[in-house]
Design a protein around this ligand. Structure first.
Ligand code: DGP
Length: 118
């Protein structure tokens, strides 16, 4: 069984967070450590630890995450100016919380997609 993270408690509203959207499939809330003026995480209510753990049965919820992200981007006023949707996977991807989530980042020019090697 995958191990629950803090996100499961947020989804169940057992700990406080700034939830901007929730339905039976996904929960979206503001990141505690925002990297841009708009930084919202869209999380499947079902615990999927990483992108590696996605299975064909998850296709509906994964598609729904994009539909919800587009709706939130419009609500936040960043749809036209643009934004970035991002999923980190495992150590090299910089994943910190092992409950799959889609970052919505926007509200400023975000710069290069990845850090350049020095
Ligand atoms: P990642 O590196 O892709 O696993 O991103 C995890 C994000 O989750 C990171 O930007 C900070 C955010 N985060 C971690 N703990 C909490 C929390 O308790 N509440 C909220 N709102 N965000 C959190």
């Amino acid at each position: 069984m995958p191990t629950e993270t803090i996100f499961s408690k947020i989804i169940r509203r057992e700990i406080p967070s700034d939830i901007v959207y929730q339905d039976e499939q996904v929960t979206a809330f503001r990141d505690i450590n925002p990297q841009a003026p708009v930084h919202i995480l869209v999380v499947p209510n079902k615990l999927i630890p990483t992108a590696n753990d996605v299975v064909p049965e998850d296709e509906p919820v994964l598609g729904h995450m994009f539909v919800v992200a587009a709706r939130i981007a419009a609500q936040e006023g960043i749809a036209e100016s643009g934004y970035r949707l991002l999923v980190n996977c495992n150590r090299d991807g910089g994943q910190e919380v092992y409950h799959l989530h889609l970052h919505i980042l926007g509200g400023r020019r975000l710069g290069p997609m990845v850090m350049r090697q020095s």
